[in-house]
Design a protein around this ligand. Structure first.
Ligand SMILES: Cc1cc2nc3c(=O)[nH]c(=O)nc-3n(C[C@H](O)[C@H](O)[C@H](O)COP(=O)(O)OP(=O)(O)OC[C@H]3O[C@@H](n4cnc5c(N)ncnc54)[C@H](O)[C@@H]3O)c2cc1C
Length: 378
């Protein structure tokens, strides 16, 4: 019997495990794969996520990794209007582009160094006793039950723990699908991220996030309800985007599209319980992605840390019932809900059609501060 199981060692799980281990708790961190491992992502790390890493004592590791800093943003409207703005540093920190293979491995390594006990283990379902989560059932070679006083679900967008516990599934308009690829031998704008709002993707967009001098993470993302109405795959949409004359002209003879990977996104605009008797849902397992930008890493880390803090309190009380874990709900609502709600309404009403998006981009040119809403998670 462990004190805490953290299921999933992405940003949410590794942060939760680090905070718990640093407090001297017995924490078992599980993931279905070992590290390093890839994850479908645009690789844009908000400056606040870097701040959180420093707070956890990762300064040396962050400096040694040499993150690619971002200091400007370009938005291209459907009719081709171009808006550019600087992204000022906050507390001396900028947002960065870091391949998830590197980023997640840094976080996972730090969790292990902090004292979390890691095992490769595929969680299949939570173990329930009288409606209360008392552990997880899963496999590493053979089927096994692992018991704990508390389970923190951090097993991502397809969380088996969330699926077993939550009363319903989010409607498609609160979800998205996205696909990323790495493109080399490509003209990129140094240290500037690009968001292309094309007719076929709105209110989603295509992105070009530079990873180096002539390489970028390039991808497309779309709300799920709108995607289901299209007769096109995400791969075809990425191909269309890269074939546009403006883009094709930026690719050179050696340019290749590699490591194409798609995954789901759960927006934080859909409200459902994230707290259960003996369990908490964090990161994508709890659905905390910004519905406007698609950014979820920072929110995953915030909810991982918050879950760990609430868990420490519950363990000290010797009680992991839902009412003792309730401060997690209050905490994420206070920290994240205003931004999630704003992102949802902007996505639903402001960038809901090509014409409106053209108008918004024109407005940004006049009032550049408007663009900071979009940049807030970068
Ligand atoms: C194409 C795409 C682009 C994106 N771009 C950005 C971006 O640029 N910036 C940004 O901030 N956000 C972006 N996001 C969102 C971001 O990727 C997620 O919000 C973030 O990864 C959430 O972190 P997490 O720790 O909750 O989950 P994850 O990162 O998904 O980690 C979950 C972990 O759980 C493990 N796991 C899953 N199931 C099980 C199981 N059954 N048993 C054991 N382990 C399991 C997985 O192996 C994984 O290690 C993007 C998403 C997509 C799909």
């Amino acid at each position: 019997m462990h004190e805490i199981i953290v299921a999933g060692a992405g940003p949410a799980g590794s942060v939760a495990a680090t905070v718990l281990a640093q407090a001297g708790r017995d924490v078992l961190l599980l993931d279905r794969t070992g590290f390093p491992r890839d994850k479908a992502c645009g690789d844009a790390i908000a400056w606040g996520a870097v701040r959180l890493m420093l707070d956890l004592g990762m300064g040396e590791a962050v400096r040694a990794a040499g993150f690619y800093p971002i200091d400007a943003m370009r938005i291209i409207s459907p009719r081709g209007a171009v808006f550019e703005t600087a992204l000022p540093a906050h507390e001396g920190l900028t947002s960065c582009i870091v391949p998830r293979e590197t980023f997640d491995t840094l976080l996972w390594t730090h969790a292990c160094k902090s004292g979390a006990n890691f095992q490769i283990f595929q969680v299949q379902e939570p173990i329930l006793h009288n409606g209360r989560v008392v552990g997880v059932r899963g496999r590493n070679g053979h089927e096994r039950d692992i018991r704990a006083q508390l389970v923190i679900a951090a097993d991502g967008a397809t969380s088996v723990i969330a699926r077993a516990l939550r009363p319903d599934k989010a409607p498609d308009r609160h979800r998205a699908v996205a696909l990323r690829a790495y493109v080399n031998d490509l003209d990129v704008l140094d240290h500037m991220v690009e968001f292309h709002f094309t007719h076929d993707l709105i209110p989603g967009y295509a992105w070009i996030f530079p990873t180096g001098e002539r390489s970028a993470n390039v991808g497309v993302g779309m709300r799920l309800d709108l995607f289901r109405r299209k007769a096109r795959t995400l791969k075809q949409m990425l191909h269309d985007f890269l074939s546009r004359p403006a883009l094709a002209g930026r690719r050179h003879s050696q340019s290749q599209v590699q490591d194409v990977l798609a995954w789901q996104l759960n927006f934080g605009s859909y409200v459902f319980p994230r707290v259960y008797d003996g369990a908490l849902l964090t990161g994508d397992a709890g659905g905390f992605i910004n519905p406007l930008t698609g950014g979820g890493i920072h929110n995953a880390m915030i909810t991982g840390k918050l879950a760990a803090e609430v868990a420490l309190h519950a363990l000290a009380e010797g009680d992991t019932r839902r009412q003792v874990l309730a401060p997690f709900e209050a905490g994420w609502r206070e920290r994240l809900w205003p931004n999630l709600r704003l992102g949802y309404w902007l996505q639903r009403w402001l960038v809901s059609s090509p014409r409106l998006t053209d108008w918004v981009v024109t407005l940004m040119m006049r009032y550049p501060r408007l663009a900071q809403v979009f940049a807030s998670k970068l």
